[in-house]
Design a protein around this ligand. Structure first.
Ligand SMILES: [Zn+2]
Length: 178
């Protein structure tokens, strides 16, 4: 799983994307690791790359010639922080439709299913347990109901705390996907 990182203050998005791709490709070439690579969307903002789906598509495009199998992981908390309203069914579905269009129908290989305390468009990272954040039920259910994602893994990245909290979050997601 890789994040886009950020380009330097005296650089540009274009150069940043180029350097990112060179670095990832070099790392892959120098390793014997066969694990599939996934590019993850981030909260974005400022010089950070991969917050908008357009940005993520640029990073993906830069990697594709050398890494044709590069996949994508979509993080719901990061999407919300980047400005996509995944708290409603409509917002969630339009985010997914946009991801399909810009990244490719088969590109999404995993989800990070996280609630968040950060405001929409705040570019802040503040993961929260399900049921306690701003995303809640409706947007998550719309995503889980999509047939094309039924066999795609969803991973919860909850704030550190007790196991009971983790269990409750997992239960929240499982109930909605039943
Ligand atoms: Zn994540």
């Amino acid at each position: 799983m890789i994040h886009g990182g950020a380009y330097s203050p005296d650089s540009s998005l274009e150069t940043g994307v180029k350097l990112f791709a060179q670095s990832v490709i070099m790392a892959v070439e120098q390793s014997s690791c066969q694990t599939p690579l996934l590019l993850e969307n981030v909260p974005g903002g400022g010089r950070r790359m991969g917050g908008s789906l357009e940005d993520l598509a640029r990073l993906q495009d830069a990697l594709k010639p050398s890494l044709p199998d590069i996949g994508v992981c979509l993080d719901t908390a990061h999407a919300y922080a980047a400005g996509y309203d995944c708290s409603t069914a409509e917002g969630s579905l339009s985010f997914l439709a946009r991801a399909h269009r810009l990244l490719g129908f088969d590109a999404v290989k995993a989800f990070h299913l996280n609630d968040t305390r950060a405001l929409i468009g705040s570019h802040r990272e503040h993961h929260e347990h399900w049921g306690r954040g701003r995303l809640g039920r409706e947007g998550l259910k719309a995503l889980l109901d999509r047939e094309e994602f039924s066999s795609i893994p969803g991973i919860l990245e909850m704030p550190a705390g007790g196991r009971e909290d983790d269990r409750a979050s997992l239960e929240f997601v499982r109930k909605l996907s039943a």
